[in-house]
Design a binder for this molecule. Structure first.
Ligand SMILES: Nc1ncnc2c1ncn2[C@@H]1O[C@H](COP(=O)(O)OP(=O)(O)OP(=O)(O)O)[C@@H](O)[C@H]1O
Ligand SMILES: [Mg+2]
Length: 275
């Protein structure tokens, strides 16, 4: 295996503004689909309030990020849980509240725990909470690619716009990937993207939106959730299963940073700096 220094790490946050639009399902299925393509993937459950990636993956973590922060875990590897196709979950819990509330010692401990992780890693997927609060923006500012999930509801579009506006106006982010979820067909997905693009180009002319994937509304997603397994594993030939695989192929083409500037330790450092 190659040492981590010679590999490049891609980091992607899945965010939305509005709750319940499918972020966790996208984060989980994108992770598993990338792992099926041979990538080593870490999924960071950054929903510090309602962590549930573990439930969707049928995993039962014995320790979480909270234990790592509180010094009750023996390094990052002590909390990592292996999931389908070998993905590694960083499980979260509701005990943390916000990264902004960490003490300096907790800060340092967290950076040290992530920096000393030396296994090869290709992709880091970060599943964020709903809303535009600091605990969400700090994760978005720490990654290379922010994917904003929208579905065809007025509140989803307004909240996606609000998230993009905060990240652009307060923190200078310019480029966002957009994933249209739970759409009837590809045309509805394109129309949805068009709606978001026209508001952004009018009020935030410097923002660039990249169409990054259209995931159909598909009953198989709900069935997979009930069975606590990713749809790409249970129903790979379903419309959503195929769309997630397509999203993973697209994500493969997104550029990765050199690990010297984009490794997992640096991700956590940037995240804490922006908290
Ligand atoms: N493409 C889809 N087709 C059908 N149902 C879907 C699809 N995507 C998500 N869902 C359903 O939508 C619901 C919300 O999904 P999910 O938990 O992934 O959203 P979320 O954005 O992570 O929510 P939260 O903001 O609470 O974290 C789930 O019940 C899931 O089964
Ligand atoms: Mg979620």
């Amino acid at each position: 295996m190659q040492p981590i220094r010679s590999r490049r790490l891609k980091s992607i946050a899945i965010a939305s503004g509005k709750g319940g639009v499918g972020k966790t399902n996208i984060a989980v299925n994108l992770s598993v689909a990338l792992a099926r393509m041979g990538r080593s993937v870490m999924l960071f459950d950054a929903d510090l309030g309602l962590a549930n990636a573990d439930i969707l993956l049928g995993l039962r973590p014995s320790k979480t990020l909270h234990d790592l922060v509180a010094g009750r875990a023996d390094g990052l590897e002590d909390i990592l849980v292996p999931g389908p196709e070998g993905i590694l979950l960083v499980p979260s819990s509701s005990g943390i509240g916000s990264m902004a509330n960490l003490s300096p010692a907790e800060h340092t401990g967290l950076i040290r725990a992530f920096s000393s992780y030396d296994k090869p890693l290709d992709v880091l997927i970060v599943d964020t909470a709903a809303g535009v609060q600091d605990s969400v923006t700090s994760f978005c500012r720490a990654v290379q690619d922010v994917s904003v999930v929208v579905c065809d509801e007025p509140a989803s579009l307004t909240d996606a716009y609000a998230l993009i506006k905060v990240l652009h106006q307060n923190y200078g982010l310019r480029r966002f990937r957009v994933i249209c979820n739970m759409v009837r067909d590809a045309d509805s997905g394109r129309r949805l993207l068009q709606k978001l693009s026209s508001v952004c180009s009018r009020y935030l002319p410097d923002v660039l939106l990249d169409a990054s994937g259209i995931i159909p509304m598909d009953e198989h997603v709900r069935r997979a959730v009930q069975r606590r397994a990713p749809v790409v594993g249970l129903f790979p030939g379903s419309p959503a299963g195929r769309a997630f695989a397509g999203l993973a192929r697209q994500a493969e083409r997104w550029t990765a940073a050199d690990t010297d500037t984009g490794g997992i330790g640096f991700f956590v450092e940037r995240m804490l700096q922006s908290a």
